[in-house]
Design a protein around this ligand. Structure first.
Ligand code: ADP
Ligand code: MG
Length: 140
């Protein structure tokens, strides 16, 4: 297995409920090392760019509004098979389908307000990391 990097976000529904530490602890407990982290806010432009793959979906505008509704935490995670591992720790997109012990099962409030984002491929991880971090901000 290869050491990978992936991009993670803690979404506004989770920062609002002060869950940042609990979510980071679950990532770390599962072998994902937080090698960059910043609390910030999405702008409408940045949200639309980040979720552009979903621009034709009916939930797109609502999703972008939600992502701009409060602070987010943007992170780079590193570890063995980090992309897939993070998706496993996150759980399914819809918390009703998420496995026990996953972040979304434990914390998500709805399909939209599902507490975390994680890159879905190594290729997208690199693209997403580059949207938020320079190499000088990442320390493994
Ligand atoms: P994931 O975040 O698991 O990769 P997607 O990339 O399919 O899921 O969707 C991006 C985000 O858009 C989801 O995490 C969720 O916040 C939101 N979303 C996805 N599908 C829906 C839907 N049918 N209705 C409302 N929001 C949705
Ligand atoms: Mg996705």
């Amino acid at each position: 297995m290869a050491i990978e990097r992936t991009f993670s976000m803690i979404k506004p529904d989770a920062t609002e409920r002060n869950l940042t530490g609990k979510i980071c602890a679950m990532l770390e407990k599962n072998g994902l090392k937080i090698i960059a982290s910043r609390r910030t806010r999405m702008t409408p432009e940045k949200a639309a760019q980040f979720y552009s793959v979903h621009s034709e979906r009916p939930f797109f505008q609502s999703l972008c509004d939600f992502m701009c509704s409060g602070p987010i935490i943007v992170q780079v995670l590193e570890g063995e098979n980090a992309v897939l591992k993070n998706r496993e720790v996150m759980g399914a997109t819809n918390p009703e389908d998420a496995d026990e012990g996953t972040i979304r099962k434990q914390f998500a409030v709805s399909l939209e307000k599902n507490s975390v984002h994680g890159s879905d491929s190594l290729e997208n991880a690199k693209i997403e990391i580059d949207q938020f971090f320079t190499d000088e901000e990442i320390f493994s």
